[in-house]
Design a protein around this ligand. Structure first.
Ligand code: MCN
Length: 826
């Protein structure tokens, strides 16, 4: 990792911030000495197993549980009808339009099932094995209905319906007009006047978050109090939602997320199984546990992405972009989950990327299909947007016969133009796309790669080389509450922290950000060690338990450092301010005469007058000699709600070898230079970037959730759902430029999703650059050897139905969503 620039850093790096500390939490995680939810064993605990629908769409004629109820070890079998009065609906907290259609989602199906894997009954037994054995004994009578599986067919004329009682398969139609008049007329005019229009249809395949630790829930009832342990990203949000769904008062619910083995957005959810476990524990007055199997996880935990994108770009012949038009079909699956509709809508503000489009229109239809619901998956809306704009910029470059970087450079926001308000209404805070790109070109060895590419072309080498770019930015640090409110999101985006100064001078930091692999314990310790001037080892970070950290909005959207970390820093500053009063009293000096450095207060100009903040903690505990009228505590709380999102950016370059005889695409080199402002812990950041790259590359090359014609998930095991291991991935050359985030006291921007957002288009652009001269204009993701081979040998366009079109054709296409199928894709 290289750091190339520190142009705008606010102050000299402090002692801990910037240090590549190994993660405090890793010793217990990698030696297995922690308590995952499934490790919990409570006296008298019962086990749950869920009976799941094997059909995608059916009316439930009857659920016969008699045999299961008689099975050895079985305590109870509950159907949707048994729970109908109390189960409510799984909540959707993001009504993106006032008329959004939400069919409701009972945790256990009552009248109908709408996807394979939907719960139809719950077995409660003395052991997990007994519960699972009894699943086979439940006899369900399904009256099968046609399954809706294809979004374009779902909105064609007279489609089958995903939900019989609804009028159509459309949940919502969200429109955002970035034209000056806000009517879309600017965009239409821009396209009418444009010299060049390029249109593409891109497919964002369905993905599965596939976290390492499966989902697991344990519920312990104690009188009318309930403790819920869950492998979740969102204990705080879960508590509120469980209270609303089950009508158990919120103060009677305690939610604990112990160490959580990954989430990637997949555990940003309120699941049917969490609700079921709580309802069963309440009914039986006994502790219960549910832990999913891996295939249950792949089949029923929410999926991600799944969009069809119709993208039109307008430009003049010199390569100045004039307009961008995006029509998106977003597959919601069978139900709306916690923030399903918000995911594609988040992308609405990022399709324009880093470019100065004068006109922009985005519209998105949320479509119901008889598949598992989709929701957050690392990047959530922003990878989809970045992919579309970075791919269409390459297609425009081909159409104009321009170098793809030259086209980007011509149109991107210049360093001196920050802060810059885009056509999508976002104010990008800081950055320098040119410097990051120069550094990435150096890291990847660009000139040599281009020379090699020429040699291979000229010699007709069966292995061709391509180079692909992604010059991206993203909107992360989800907050500010008022903006989330304006988008109709049901919650805010602030974060809370408290700092408790213990009598011995040790420090407890309580954070509302609930990590599930990000290393907050280490990074927060570094922040506090610097701010309070105490040793890193003296700081303990507590999280993930609503009884300990009572306020919080949890971890997603790369928000923890730029929102939760700032709350921690603000709380630390308040501790120092309180301690200053005590120090002034004990040192018999005026507060104004005190300096605070390295954890010690001293009277300016009086050598030897030191008093450490840890000593002040003891003096506060004793409170024998305390300033009059001051409460004996230097603990502090802070809640932080930023004014703006955080906009990290970077340049990612992929060099790809494509074997034209076998279709095998192999990454030869991958270099990226990210700008995430001040870096708190370079080791954690590098890990985050590597993990994100692995996931973004996996979307490009390996992963896809595939359903058959009957709505069965055919990629329901890790044999079929191809997750790359480290051995499948190249070495990454990573670097950073540093443009500190103005308005953020740490100067930091988020990093948790950057690699995932940036990498996918760089990889696909590289593969296309390798084979474009063979007549290939697109290849549908993932770029399997078969698809690549077919594209080369059968001349496919990968589902884009590509080609530069005339203005008139492009405008016509905008009127009616294209309705062709994906047939013919390589
Ligand atoms: N960091 C830093 N300096 C910066 C930015 C971040 O040192 N300038 C550090 C932070 O202190 C934190 C880590 O990097 O320890 C990630 O910080 P941040 O960007 O704030 O992201 P979050 O902590 O909010 O994490 C969420 C993000 C998301 S949205 C997904 S999805 C994701 C991800 O993090 N899922 C993960 N990373 C993951 N990593 C693991 N191991 N497992 C997952 O499920």
């Amino acid at each position: 990792m290289t750091v190339t620039e520190d142009r705008a850093a606010p102050e000299a790096p402090a002692a801990e911030v910037g240090k590549a500390r190994r993660r405090k939490e890793d010793a217990r995680l990698i030696t297995g000495r922690t308590t995952w939810t499934d490790n919990l064993v409570l006296p008298g605990m019962l086990h749950l197993a869920v009976v799941r629908s094997p059909v995608a769409h059916a009316k439930l004629r009857g659920v016969d549980v008699a045999a299961a109820q008689e099975a050895p070890g079985v305590i109870a079998v509950l159907t949707g009808r048994d729970l109908a009065e109390e189960q409510g609906s799984i909540p959707c907290a993001w009504p993106v339009t006032p008329d959004m259609v939400n069919p409701g989602h009972p945790s256990v199906a009552v009248e109908e099932v709408n996807h394979v894997g939907e719960a139809v009954a719950v077995i409660v037994a003395r052991s997990k094995a007994a519960a699972q054995d009894a699943v086979e004994l439940v006899d369900v009578d399904y009256e099968q209905l046609p399954a809706v599986l294809d979004m374009e067919e779902a909105i064609a004329q007279d489609p089958s319906l995903c939900h019989d009682h609804l009028d159509s398969n459309q949940s919502f139609h969200f429109v955002f007009d970035g034209g000056e008049a806000g009517t879309g007329s600017d965009t239409e005019q821009a396209f009418a006047d444009a010299e060049v229009v390029v249109s593409r249809r891109f497919v964002q395949q369905r993905l599965i978050p596939a976290f390492m630790e499966p989902r697991s829930v344990v519920v312990q009832p104690q009188g009318d109090n309930y403790t819920v342990w869950s492998s979740t990203q969102i204990p705080h949000i879960l508590r509120v939602m469980l209270a609303m769904v089950t009508a158990i008062p919120e103060h009677k619910l305690r939610v604990i997320a112990p160490d959580v083995g990954g989430g990637f957005g997949g555990k940003l959810q309120v699941t049917p199984e969490e609700v079921i476990s709580l309802l069963v524990a309440r009914r039986l007055g006994k502790p219960v546990k549910w832990t999913e199997t891996r295939s249950e996880s792949l089949m029923t935990a929410h999926h991600g992405r799944d969009q069809i994108q119709y993208i039109d770009i307008a430009a003049d012949r010199e390569g100045n972009v004039k307009g961008l038009r995006c029509r998106i079909l977003a597959d919601m699956g069978a139900y709306l989950r916690l923030i399903s509709p918000g995911i594609p809508v988040l992308g609405a503000f990022m399709f324009n990327g880093i470019y100065k489009f004068p006109a922009y229109r985005f519209e998105c239809r949320g479509i119901f299909t008889n598949k598992v619901p989709t929701d957050a998956y690392r990047g959530a809306g922003r990878p989809e947007a970045t992919f579309a704009v970075e791919r269409i910029m390459d297609e425009l470059a081909v159409e104009l016969d321009m170098d793809p970087l030259e086209l980007r450079r011509k149109n991107w926001i210049k360093a001196e133009e920050f802060p810059f308000t885009t056509v999508a209404g976002m104010t990008y805070d800081s950055g320098d796309y040119d410097t990051a790109t120069q550094e990435a070109l150096r890291l990847v060895g660009y000139d040599e790669l281009r020379a090699e590419q020429r040699r291979r072309r000229e010699s007709g080498d069966p292995v061709q080389l391509g180079i692909g770019f992604s010059t991206f930015t993203e909107m992360c640090g989800l907050a500010p509450s008022r903006v989330l409110g304006s988008l109709s999101y049901g919650a805010g985006g602030w974060e809370h922290a408290s700092i408790r100064m213990l009598p011995t001078g040790k420090v407890e930091v309580v954070t509302g950000s609930t990590p599930h692999g990000q290393g907050h314990e280490t990074a927060w310790s570094q922040l506090v060690a610097d701010r309070l001037g105490v040793p890193f080892e003296d700081v303990e970070v507590l999280h993930g338990d609503t009884a300990i950290s009572s306020r919080g909005l949890d971890t997603y959207g790369s928000r923890s450092l730029v929102v939760g970390g700032v709350a921690v820093v603000n709380a630390a500053d308040k501790v120092v301010a309180k301690a200053r009063r005590v120090a002034a009293h004990l040192l018999e000096a005026s507060e104004d005469d005190l300096e605070f450095t390295g954890g010690k207060f001293s009277v300016r100009g009086t050598p030897g007058s030191d008093l450490g903040i840890q000593e002040i903690a003891l003096a506060t505990f004793a409170a024998h000699n305390f300033p009059e009228g001051v409460e004996p505590s230097i603990d502090a709380d802070a809640t932080y709600d930023p004014e703006n999102f955080s906009f990290p950016h970077g340049t990612h370059i992929c060099a790809m070898e494509v074997d034209t005889e076998t279709g095998m695409a192999k990454i030869r080199k991958y270099a990226c230079v990210d700008d995430i402002g001040t870096i708190v812990n370079p080791l954690i950041v590098e890990g985050q970037v590597h993990g994100g790259l692995a996931q973004g590359i996996a979307q490009a090359l390996y992963e896809e959730a595939v359903y058959d014609a009957d709505g069965n998930l055919t990629t329901g095991t890790f044999v079929d759902y191809l997750i790359p291991s480290a051995a499948d991935l190249p070495h990454f050359d990573t670097g950073n430029t540093v443009h500190s985030a103005p308005g953020n006291p740490i100067g930091a921007k988020g990093v948790g999703e950057a690699g995932c957002i940036a990498s996918t288009p760089a990889v696909v652009n590289a593969a296309l650059d390798a084979v474009r001269h063979l007549g290939v204009s697109d290849i549908r993701m993932p770029l399997t050897p078969e698809r690549v081979w077919r594209a080369i040998h059968e001349g496919g366009d990968g589902g884009s139905r590509a080609s530069a079109r005339t203005n008139a054709q492009a405008v016509d296409a905008a009127e009616a969503p294209a309705a062709s199928s994906q047939a013919g894709n390589p």
